[in-house]
Design a protein around this ligand. Sequence first.
Ligand code: ATP
Length: 606
Amino acid sequence: MTDASGQIRLASAHQQVVASVGGVGGSGIVASENLSPGQDSVSKMGVSPPPSKTPAKRSPKDYIFGKAIGEGSFSTVYLAKYIHSGKEFAIKVCDKRHIIREKKTEYIKREKEVLNLLASVPRLTAPFFVKLDCTFQDSNRLYFVLSYAKNGELLHHIEKVGSLDVPCTQFYSAEVLHALEHLHSLGIIHRDLKPENILLNEDMHILITDFGSAKILSPDDEKEVEAECSDDVDTDSSNGVDEENGAARRARKRRNSFVGTAQYVSPELLTDKPVSRCSDLWALGCLIYQMVAGLPPFRSRSEYQIFQKILKLEYEYPDGFSPVAKDLVEKLLVIDSKQRLGSKDDLTGEHGGYHSIRSHPFYEGTNFDTLHCSSPPKMYPFLPKTSEHGEMRSDYSVPDNLEPGLDDRQLTRLLGLDLQDATPVATVPVATSPPPVTPVKKKSTAGIVSGRTGIGELLWGLPKETVEDVEARRRRKMEAQLCEAKWHPFVEGKLIVKQGLLDKRKGLFARRRMFMLTLGPHLFYVDPVAMVLKGEIPWSQELKVEPKNFKIFFVHTPNRTYYLEDPEGYALEWCQAIQDMWTYTYGILPPVNSDMSSNPSSSGAS
Ligand code: ATP
């Protein structure tokens, strides 16, 4: 229980646990200001001295709590304003009973310990961590007052634009690397480095967060890591090691319960090896891969399968992956942690750092010491270059006042811009025009044959349908009706205005999906093999289509750009249909024309 001044009075088991959470370094939970770790290490690392602070007890009454900006498994994070200065903070509020119930006491303790260490030993060139301003508590909750990362998680930004271009990947991974240099020089291993735990501040610089899984290495730990490494060498070189001894040693060594997140966990964390800073370098490799490709390298439905892939180093580089980034990732994703790039680098002293990584060609021209004061490259909606198409960018950002309509002029301009170097077919102007790639129709010899006027034409005028044509049309109609019935369960009974198979691209990966544009409006997409509804592109007035060529078009929404490719080449029809639906829903123009609603599967349906 806490008295009016915020002091802890121990009376129950519950309170004792809370006291232990707050009691790191004997400081109590009251405020981080009281902690000031190792001054001697400060000068050695060329970092600035800890700021002098006046301890002050704070309470929730010192803040105006605004909206909830995030939800953790046992905490809620609020945007809050400090009433005495008007400064904004992110306050992580943890429910004490929940922490105890979920046995997360250690997690909270460690998080506070690391945040305190980082706040008291900052490195001027690497202010890349969420900063703990102070902590306090009331009878039910613990409060962590943190610097506010206004631009949220890096993951959200990668997902919004699909993947990052090379300059962005260089910049953000360089900030992460520099942050790791500082973290590791303090003997802290993050152990859960991933794009969700890399937040972005107002200026789009990184702030690494979530230190609950971190490990602070003691000098003994460091020795153990070294001993273990040499032990491994002995084992490898010794023939006929006694099986029983080997098993016993492995059992003794098995100390790494799995921490972190499956996709980014290093092989040594899954086996008997001790944890070392190299585990974060593995995660850095996964991160760089994800920035370039759009998805992490090791993916599967189950954690078990992900672990198997990690242990077998089973992953692929998709078509279009930057070769220089590939070379770096390959040198980081190395099973033997001692062979990982950076593993042998010395981090101590003023000039310590991951020099072998810094000097990789991927970082050519990067000045690590000035990253924090340079302007981060802008993240654009972007489809990376592959062997099939060039790089496609969009400078789209959600405009304040959307101009409705995608008229002929606009389409022509867009296509003119994108297809300047393309074949003459690119001059086909509007979405309602026939698609450039006309499916080859088998014609009867009774009809028109290769430009020569046939008997059918003379008798019936142009164009003439053959008996086969009529038959084929009837068959197509029946198939379309059957097809519609098959897809209807996914669209909640709504009228399908247009449907067709599209490749939904994410970074360098593509998945084929059945897209269905329905009244509502909705844009559902279904896995056509598993016949599972995978999601829908959220409609809002801000939704905007952007054709890039006859196959590829972008659908921009406030939170994400969707990159879609129609393998049949009907991208313009899709753009037109979506635009018509937009006008029908939000505009003042008449509803979609009757052709579209009465003939839902006329184009692109399959
Ligand atoms: P878990 O506790 O389950 O590991 P978590 O680490 O995501 O989850 P929190 O640290 O409570 O949990 O954060 C919850 C969410 O709040 C995060 O996903 C993040 O988006 C947001 N958040 C956390 N800290 C900040 C911050 N300093 N600034 C802005 N947003 C933040």
